[in-house]
Design a protein around this ligand. Structure first.
Ligand SMILES: Cc1cc2nc3c(=O)[nH]c(=O)nc-3n(C[C@H](O)[C@H](O)[C@H](O)COP(=O)(O)OP(=O)(O)OC[C@H]3O[C@@H](n4cnc5c(N)ncnc54)[C@H](O)[C@@H]3O)c2cc1C
Length: 373
């Protein structure tokens, strides 16, 4: 396959950002024979401790990229999600929706974020990963793009993929200078050891407890004997890294199941990653002729539907396919956007819908995306 006379292997691609989106894009492009280079500002690639649920359309990408076995060995299948009252009364117990044509795929695979990134990094040639490369300026020409880094280095490429997250500089420079929208909520996330001592894990159910303004997300990571523990609470404080105390978190949980309180009592404030939550409004457009956004830079969303990382990974797959199928880079970027944007627009909207005790489904996405049996 070729892009206007250029073999895939001759294409020069710079991916800016080594989060889920950037790392997945590197794996996807390499598996399509495109030797993309990944540039990450941090000196090491890593992810904060927390779990996420990988949905079947995401796992399908891993099959295509040849990393399915590696991911499966580091994840646990969950068949049900529950919404509960703080005291543990189950309001909804629902099977994961069918998002592919395979009727056996009513599940989600639960994985630790760090295992995910590690697997991606294991499948990108070392020489194509550049850490400590903060992208400073991008200059687009008719037939190439210059990328300048803070460390003084410069590269010239055919395509730039801006996977630089919700505060994307590439979005600001080329697409839209919109600011992230505060959700006026905080998320405090930790990973708890010895999962089985709390009786939450044996069934691998993903549980969301809701009481007043507080939500507790419990995601079992059985293969690690750990539990991902996420307390989300409304707050007017929109500082990026809010100041929180352990006593403050324990106080939020005083009306919750005693086992949840017990978990929080084993943690110190240093065990938590504390963040304010933001998203962005859907953009009209993700790309210029030779620059595209991907992942949170294109469509950051809240975590209520657990979809942001899934969307970033599926973007990577669609981008690789579009480059494989198109004659020119602008045509590929238009195809990429036309496949992905209608889906991410819906998830961005749905992700603002938080679970409540009155919700009639754990999966508002079903109405739009569930396949008929
Ligand atoms: C509390 C919470 C829970 C979540 N739970 C889930 C879940 O269960 N399931 C799910 O699918 N999603 C979930 N998400 C969403 C998910 O975390 C994000 O959608 C995902 O991390 C986005 O990946 P990304 O690669 O696009 O961006 P990021 O992960 O933000 O990565 C961007 C990368 O770009 C780098 N970078 C930025 N600027 C530059 C620069 N100038 N030069 C070089 N590098 C740069 C950054 O250092 C970073 O490594 C959750 C999010 C939150 C906040």
């Amino acid at each position: 396959m070729s892009l206007k006379g250029k073999k895939n292997s001759e294409l020069r691609v710079a991916i800016i950002g080594g989060g889920f989106g950037g790392a997945a894009a590197a794996v996807a492009l390499h598996s399509a024979g495109i030797k993309a280079d990944l540039y990450e500002q941090a000196p090491v690639v890593g992810e904060v401790g927390a779990g996420i649920g990988m949905r079947p359309p995401t796992v399908k990408c891993f099959r295509d990229w040849g990393i399915y076995d590696a991911i499966v060995s580091k994840s646990t299948v969950s068949h049900y999600m529950q919404i509960l009252k703080g005291n543990g009364e189950v309001k909804i117990n629902e099977q994961w929706p069918l998002l592919t044509d395979n009727i056996d795929e009513r599940w989600s695979r639960l994985i630790h974020r760090a295992d995910f990134i590690e697997t991606f990094m294991d499948h990108i040639p070392l020489k194509n990963v550049h850490l400590g490369y903060k992208c400073e300026t991008v200059i687009e020409h008719d037939d190439y793009v210059e990328v300048h880094f803070e460390n003084g280095e410069k590269v010239e490429v055919d395509l730039v993929v801006g996977a630089d997250g919700i505060r994307s500089n590439i979005r600001k420079q080329f697409i839209n200078d919109c600011e992230p929208v505060p959700a006026k909520a905080h998320a405090y996330r930790a990973v708890v050891d010895n999962l089985h001592t709390y009786d939450f894990a044996n069934d691998n159910i993903f549980r969301v407890y809701v009481e007043g303004d507080v939500m507790v997300y419990l995601l079992p990571l059985e293969h690690r004997n750990q539990l991902s523990f996420d307390v989300t609470v409304k707050s007017e404080d929109i500082s990026w890294r809010p100041e929180v105390t352990n006593e403050g978190i324990l106080n939020l949980l005083k009306n919750f199941d005693p086992n949840i309180q017990k978990i929080a009592e084993t943690l110190t404030i240093e065990d938590y990653t504390c963040r304010s939550l933001f998203d962005i409004e859907p953009l009209d457009n993700w790309s210029t002729n030779r620059i595209t956004l991907l992942g949170d830079s294109a469509h950051a969303m809240l975590h209520h539907q657990g979809s942001g990382a899934n969307m970033a990974i599926q973007d990577a797959h669609a981008l690789a396919e579009a480059l494989r199928d198109s004659d020119t880079i602008p045509e590929a970027l238009q195809q990429f956007q036309s496949v992905r944007k209608p889906i991410t627009d819906v998830y961005q909207k749905l992700s603002r819908q938080e679970p409540t005790q009155q919700s009639d489904t754990a999966f508002p996405e079903k109405e739009t995306f569930e396949k008929a049996n």
